[in-house]
Write a protein that binds this ligand. Structure first.
Ligand code: SAH
Length: 213
């Protein structure tokens, strides 16, 4: 009950911060963020902040999830690749906005928990893989949209190659001095166009499948 009220407030706040696409707002409303959080943070589910999860990772801030979803310009025909499933919150939002989400996570333990949540929420258009998302998903390429939810030192070549012509990738990129910005990369007939969107803070994109601890 309490969380329902907080969720309505969160949606109103997203609108006031410039998220106007009703499909995106509806998707944000449909996903119960509390189920993606460790027990001790469940009461903070609808505060607009990133929070720690298992394996030293984080759940993204609702505004950033909504903003990235918005910037991807999705339709119910779109096929999306997501790198960095984490708890699966962004994946769940995407699943309401597109045809199919392929999502890759380097921690098997996180992926297992995320899969349980997709099952619980009966989200049937998500395909998961444990692996190094920097390599993309060659068997399913090309993708019309790619979303990376961990900060890259540079744009991963494999992901650029797996982007369809006219396709877009939204990715946080490390700048100097520990700063990061969200960028949108569009593939054109001539090459790639880069736009900078927003200063952000994400955990780093790390090569290779994680060793479990
Ligand atoms: N999308 C999540 C946030 C994920 S945090 C949400 O909605 O809350 C970033 C995730 O990216 C972490 O779980 C981290 O393990 C994962 N990650 C980092 N580098 C990766 C890589 N090379 N391949 C796949 N996953 C990666």
């Amino acid at each position: 009950m309490e969380n329902d009220y907080r969720k309505v407030q969160m949606i109103m706040q997203l609108r006031s911060r410039g998220i106007r696409d009703t499909r995106v707002l509806e998707a944000m409303e449909r996903v119960p963020r509390e189920i993606f959080l460790p027990e001790i943070f469940k009461d903070q589910a609808y505060a607009d902040q990133a929070l720690p999860i298992e394996c030293g990772q984080t759940i993204s801030q609702p505004f950033v999830v909504a903003y990235m979803s918005d910037q991807l310009k999705l339709t119910d025909r779109t096929k999306v690749l997501e790198v960095g499933t984490g708890c699966g919150y962004q994946t769940a939002v995407l699943s309401h906005l597109c045809r199919r989400v392929y999502t890759i996570e380097r921690y098997r333990a996180l992926l297992k928990e995320a899969e349980k949540r997709f099952e619980q929420l009966t989200l049937r258009n998500i395909t998961t893989m444990a692996g190094d998302g920097m390599k993309g998903w060659p068997a399913q390429a090309p993708f019309e949209r790619i979303i990376v939810t961990a900060a890259a030192q540079r744009l991963p070549t494999a992901l650029l190659n797996q982007l369809d012509e006219g396709g877009m990738m939204v990715i946080p990129v490390e700048l100097a001095a520990g700063r990061q910005e969200l960028q949108r990369v569009t593939r054109t007939a001539e090459g790639f166009e880069r736009e900078s969107l927003l200063p952000v803070r994400f955990v780093p994109l790390v090569e290779g499948l994680a060793k479990e601890h």
